[in-house]
Design a protein around this ligand. Structure first.
Ligand code: ATP
Length: 604
């Protein structure tokens, strides 16, 4: 659960500088109070009333140092000098000691925390992305980071110094006239208790608003990702209406709750303030007429009071701003507190030591695994894959084929048993270096925005054009790429929209081949392709066969008949193992699946 402490910790790298800049801003705010004080004293000098004792002492010292007798001009000169010091002289230093540092700290914290957020994105376990869509994550991070960036200059640079200034004014007023100070205290108490209640409501409503906004953003992101389905079903109007309803819900909340709360808060504040200012005017006037305070103190008290009250509106605006941002900042920290995969630290290491090299002998020994402890998805799997063998994993949907591969890739760890590569338990290996010796071609090949060459060399950036072309020839995509407008340097749009499914699939194979993996995995690589594309890919697979250990997950049995070994999974267990011919003779699950596919009968 994220807390206020996490928001403060966001700026942890610059504690000393933060304290310094907040102290500097506060000093400037407090020193400012010298001006009304000095003006009050000037009025006293002009109206021949006594000066305050400390000031009289200071003027006596100046008189001694300058050999100038204590007089009206000397007193006025000292007071004017004081005003000069706190106004004109501070002007060139203030922006540097305050504004510069506040933004410097905020922007550096943004850089550091954005880096941490990217680290988080890169190291979260893969299942996190099964349940959180990109729009939701991006919205939460974007809002969280930008709100923190604004918060520091507002809270550190303005709110805290302003509160200290109000406190300073209070001290001044206590010294001058305690009855006014009591009035001042009552009004602040009334304003503060009401404000805190309203701010809590604002925080609560903003939290809700944040959730609403994440839902809207998440759906918008889904609409972009699934735009083909939207268009195919012509559901544009329905989707628009649905999003409109969400936006209306947000507006209602922000306008009738959050904003209204703020306006009520301001109304209450202004009323209390005006009432108090009037009361202070009456009280001070009475005290002046009664001779209890001087004319100078009368002017000073009124000026200081109006200074204090005029700070209340910016203070509440700043507090309201913070409250509005509060829940989105907490949501950012909730994301940052998501637990990363067991392999996070290793994955971020830039390990330059020698790369691994395996023969590609893979062994699953008594492997059992479940995504949750109560339901085993794989049970007691024993499987030996010899180097350079091609092994196919087949079985009904949900039988555990992809899970087996996820375990091999170390996305998850088995609860029982072990997986060995060249006789070594994969848990003992550096996960990044290990994974770099494996390559996988998914059903949906991700294409990054960039040239075809950039995409192909993703796993091996130093590959030459010749090496890239060699891989593309094996994957039967070289000719296709040559026909693109700029050949290998053609930019493929975001998500590779300019390439057909079959072309992307073959690019994916070339990309995998280019890293010269020791184990190559095809995860239903041909399932979504037409016959011709499937054929090309089968031919590509045939060229690869025997060059490295290959694991093929396939629903279409035509893809796997040439495999050295076919493993049939059923309900998380290995049900049958053998070659195509052996399994047909066995007349078990494989043979049944095969005849169903041959005859085109429907699977139950
Ligand atoms: N991330 C996950 N969290 C929880 N359960 C999961 C997760 N991924 C898969 N499963 C479950 O594990 C079981 C095996 O899934 P798996 O994807 O390995 O099967 P499969 O044989 O590859 O299926 P398909 O051929 O449909 O891809 C299924 O019951 C599935 O619902």
């Amino acid at each position: 659960m994220a807390k206020l402490k996490d928001i403060v910790n966001y700026f942890r790298d610059d504690w000393n500088l933060s304290l310094f800049s907040i102290a500097a801003s506060s000093i400037y705010e407090i020193v400012d109070l010298v001006v009304p004080y000095a003006i009050g004293q000037i009025l006293n000098v002009l109206s021949n009333q006594p000066l305050d004792k400390p000031l009289e002492g200071a003027i006596a010292i100046v008189s001694q140092l300058t050999n100038y007798p204590v007089s009206k001009p000397l007193s006025l000169g000292v007071l004017l000098g004081l005003v000069f010091l706190v106004t004109v002289v501070r002007a060139p230093t203030q922006p540097w000691l305050t504004s510069w540092f506040h933004w410097d700290i905020a922007l550096r914290a943004r850089r550091e925390n954005s880096k941490l957020a990217i680290e988080k994105i890169l190291t979260l376990p893969i299942e996190f992305y099964d349940v959180n869509n990109p729009g939701r994550i991006a919205g939460r991070l974007g809002r969280g980071i930008s709100n923190h960036t604004w918060t520091y200059p507002e809270i550190g640079g303005q709110l805290i110094p302003k509160l200290l200034r109000v406190l300073g004014i209070f001290v001044f007023i206590v010294v001058i006239e305690w009855r006014i100070a009591v009035l001042y205290l009552i009004s602040f108490f009334l304003i503060l208790t009401f404000s805190l209640r309203k701010l809590q409501e604002i925080i609560r409503h903003e939290g809700l608003l944040d959730k609403y906004m994440e839902n809207t953003e998440s759906r918008t992101s889904e609409l972009i990702t699934n735009i083909k389905t939207v268009k195919a079903f012509a559901t544009e109007a329905r989707e628009l209406n649905r999003q409109k309803r969400r936006l209306d819900r947000e507006l209602k909340l922000v306008d009738y709750r959050v904003h209204k709360d703020y306006v009520i808060l301001l109304t209450w504040q202004k009323t209390v303030i005006q009432f108090c200012v009037f009361a202070i005017l009456g009280l001070t006037l009475a005290a002046t007429v009664g001779g209890e305070i001087s004319l100078g103190h009368f002017v000073m008290t009124l000026t200081l009071s109006s200074m204090a009250y005029s700070e209340l509106e910016p203070i509440s605006t700043l507090a309201e701003g913070f409250s509005r941002r509060y829940s989105s900042m907490l949501r950012y920290h909730e994301f940052m507190q998501e637990s990363t995969g067991y392999d996070a630290a290793t994955l971020l290491e830039d390990d330059k030591s020698q790369a691994y090299k395996f023969t590609g002998k893979v062994e699953f020994s008594h492997v059992s695994f479940g995504y949750d402890a109560n339901r085993k998805v794989l049970q007691d799997i024993n499987l030996l894959i010899e180097p350079y063998q091609t092994v196919a994993l087949v079985g009904r949907s949900g039988s555990g084929k992809s899970t087996l591969v996820k375990l091999l890739l170390r996305y998850f760890e088995p609860q029982d048993g072990q997986i060995l590569i060249d006789g070594e338990d994969i848990r003992t290996l550096n996960v990044g270096k290990y994974r770099r010796r494996l390559a996988i071609v998914h059903q949906e090949v991700d294409v990054f925005n960039g040239t075809v060459m950039d995409n192909l060399t993703y796993g091996r950036p130093e590959a030459t054009l010749e090496q890239v072309r060699e891989a593309c020839k094996i994957a039967r995509v070289d000719e296709v790429v040559q026909h693109l407008p700029q050949g290998y340097y053609t930019v493929v749009g975001e998500r590779g929209v300019r390439l057909s499914g079959g072309q992307r699939q073959r690019l994916g194979i070339a990309r995998a081949l280019l890293v010269e993996p020791d184990v190559l995995i095809f995860d239903e690589a041909t399932s979504s392709l037409d016959y011709e594309s499937e054929r090309s890919i089968q031919l590509a697979m045939r060229s690869i066969q025997g060059t490295c250990t290959t694991i093929i997950i396939a629903h279409r049995l035509s893809t796997v008949r040439e495999a050295d070994k076919i493993v049939v999974l059923d309900k998380g267990r290995i049900a049958e193992v053998g070659s195509h011919e052996e399994l047909l003779l066995h007349e078990g699950i494989y043979s049944r699946l095969h005849s169903l596919q041959e005859t085109g009968e429907l699977l139950d």
